[in-house]
Ligand binder design. Structure first.
Ligand SMILES: NC(=O)c1ccc[n+]([C@@H]2O[C@H](COP(=O)([O-])OP(=O)(O)OC[C@H]3O[C@@H](n4cnc5c(N)ncnc54)[C@H](O)[C@@H]3O)[C@@H](O)[C@H]2O)c1
Length: 313
């Protein structure tokens, strides 16, 4: 059995549960939220579709359901408001996450945590501190969404299936994130080689695409108040990699232990994911300017982590 408990059933949590159901990932999905009526309604609504996707147990969960869960996915918390950075959210969401993690740990949970609540890197680090779990069992969604956004944007620009665009955004899921052009490739060509062979495009097109990705959340929130489908599909992808023991490479928030000359910080980095959670972190030998951006991103997150830890003491 692949048992998932989703904590937080707002726009992100409910879209994630729908994505799990539509893609046939996990066969036992419990949902927890302060708003029990919304949970009851969503469970009934989702259950109505089971005839078309196969048997699955979807139910309003209690914290006691976490004791034998394989994966706990935390999407609870206040959402980012217009003109609010993800880092502004930190203290508010840290308090929420702490109470949730304490409730989960009270039931002797021994599986894997996947965090989506923002600021996701800082909260992933906080969950690791609160639980004392090894780094492989505390994973944040990191730059999985940002990388997917960039791959789609590059794919659209160059008219290539985004699944064949292998370019990653690393660093903070936030304003200091950066694309790793030096190691991106399309169909075996380095990005510079691709541009050489397609002179109608230039490096400035790429810069524009990555800037648009960085601002995508602000734009979507301006239009409709929250972003949730993209992150839901990213979370379902990570879930599938873990529960189906795929050894897939995804850019997620990981606890650095010496990689990128850093430790004790959670940040978006490529990693191999399987049933153990994070099997290993892939440290890319970044170009000099990318390494400087990674250093800035790490420092930004360390400052924010310290704010959370100080407010907690
Ligand atoms: N990592 C990413 O890439 C990414 C992308 C989009 C959104 N997010 C983040 O996901 C989080 C959720 O966003 P949303 O749009 O779904 O917000 P939302 O307001 O729609 O939903 C949040 C839910 O959390 C619930 N909640 C709050 N405190 C709780 C508690 N103590 N226990 C159980 N449930 C609790 C609320 O009742 C609500 O249903 C936010 O922090 C947002 O910034 C992350």
């Amino acid at each position: 059995m692949n048992k998932i408990v989703v904590i937080g059933n707002g726009d992100v949590g409910s879209s994630y549960t729908f994505a799990l159901m539509a893609q046939g990932v996990g066969n036992n999905v419990g949902i927890i939220d302060l708003d029990s009526q919304k949970v009851a309604g969503d469970v009934k609504d989702l259950t109505n579709g089971l005839a078309y996707v196969g048997p699955k147990s979807i139910y309003p969960a209690e914290y006691s359901d976490c004791s034998d869960a394989d994966l706990i996915v935390i999407t609870a918390g206040a959402a980012q408001k217009e003109n609010e950075t993800r880092l502004d959210l930190v203290k508010r969401n840290a308090r929420i996450i702490k109470s949730i993690v304490q409730s989960v740990m009270a039931h002797n949970f021994t599986g894997i945590f996947l965090i989506a609540s923002n600021p996701v890197d800082v909260l992933t680090h906080y969950v690791k501190k609160l639980t004392g779990f090894p780094a492989n069992r505390v994973i944040g969604s990191g730059t999985s969404l940002d990388s997917a956004r960039l791959r789609s944007a590059v794919g659209e620009k160059f008219q290539i299936d985004p699944r064949d665009v292998n370019i990653y955004i690393l660093g903070e899921h936030g304003d200091t994130q950066f694309p790793v052009w030096s190691h991106g490739n399309i169909g075996g060509l380095k990005i510079t080689e691709w541009l050489d062979q397609h002179p109608e495009f230039s490096k400035s097109d790429l810069v524009e695409l990555s800037e648009n990705v960085k601002n995508a959340a602000y734009e979507i929130i301006h239009y409709k108040g929250s972003t949730h489908y993209g992150i839901a599909i990213s979370l379902a992808r990570i879930t599938k990699a873990i529960l189906q023991d795929e050894n897939s490479v995804l850019p997620v928030s990981v606890h650095l232990e010496g990689q990128y000359n850093s430790e004790d910080v959670c940040i978006g980095s490529n990693a191999v994911l399987n049933r153990e959670g994070i099997r290993e972190i892939i440290e890319i030998p970044l170009a000099e300017d990318e390494m400087e951006k990674m250093r800035i991103s790490i420092q930004t997150l360390k400052d924010m982590q310290n704010t959370v830890l100080e407010s907690d003491s």
